[in-house]
Design a binder for this molecule. Structure first.
Ligand SMILES: [Zn+2]
Length: 241
């Protein structure tokens, strides 16, 4: 008898031919890697059925979000009353124009819910992009930074991982996820940027600066600030006898 353990994605998996290659995933979704191309991995859960669609897309002449909207809106059975949950795993957060297009799409399809996970924030100091994300959030879209569970999930469900490497999803430094989560919190709360990321590298490391102002200290719960590992709050020490 031959027992096989973890031999790559199951051969009968209908999404097999649509999976992306491991290197492409690791490169595109690395929070430190400012690649030009945007990647979208998406999953649609239809109403109460167990039917799940998984697919991926890249930027063409249009941004990947707009390609998704045009493609899905052209589906024969995608009428305005359709009920489904959409999950996006985006390498870059939506720009303001895409954020607007997403809101229009959701207005036309009130029974569609959208959850967006992002690997990086796209030009996050641009006021229009910040407003776009804020409006998206306040219109009911869940936006979160990708963390280990999402990288694990994408690897298992969207990536053509090699035999026996089912648990070898890429691990990135949590610092980057914490920095983006902090900045996303600022965006949603209407606070000015506190994260500056340089496009250049220093000793092969991407350079960033965290520059919190008084308003950040006043408005951001200390646990979120501390989670970056970059900020220390004043602590009074005392000996316990
Ligand atoms: Zn866009």
């Amino acid at each position: 008898m031959i027992i096989s353990w973890s031999t790559g994605p199951p051969a009968g998996d209908p999404t097999l031919r649509r999976r992306i290659e491991p290197l492409e995933f690791e490169f595109s979704f690395d929070p430190r890697n400012f690649c030009k191309e945007a990647y979208l991995l998406y999953e649609i859960q239809w109403g109460n059925s167990r039917d799940v669609w998984r697919h991926s897309g890249k930027n063409t002449t249009k941004h990947v979000e707009r390609n998704f909207i045009e493609k899905i809106a052209s589906e024969r059975h995608f009428h305005p009353s359709i009920s489904c949950s959409i999950f996006w795993y985006l390498s870059w957060s939506p720009c303001w124009e895409c954020s607007k297009a997403i809101r229009e799409f959701l207005n036309q399809h009130p029974n569609v819910t959208l959850v967006i996970y992002i690997a990086r924030l796209f030009q996050h100091t641009d006021p229009q992009n910040r407003q776009g994300l804020k409006d998206l959030f306040h219109s009911g879209v869940t936006i979160q930074v990708m963390r280990d569970p999402e990288y694990d999930y994408c690897w298992r469900n969207f990536v053509n991982y090699p035999q026996g490497k089912e648990a070898h999803w890429p691990r990135y430094p949590p610092l980057w996820m914490n920095l983006y989560a902090l900045e996303l919190y600022c965006i949603i709360s209407g606070l000015p940027p506190c994260l500056q990321i340089s496009r250049r590298y220093q000793n092969q490391l991407r350079v960033f600066r965290l520059i919190p102002q008084n308003c950040h200290y006043q408005m951001i719960p200390p646990c979120i600030l501390l989670a970056t590992g970059m900020i220390q709050l004043p602590v009074t020490w005392r000996w316990i006898e």
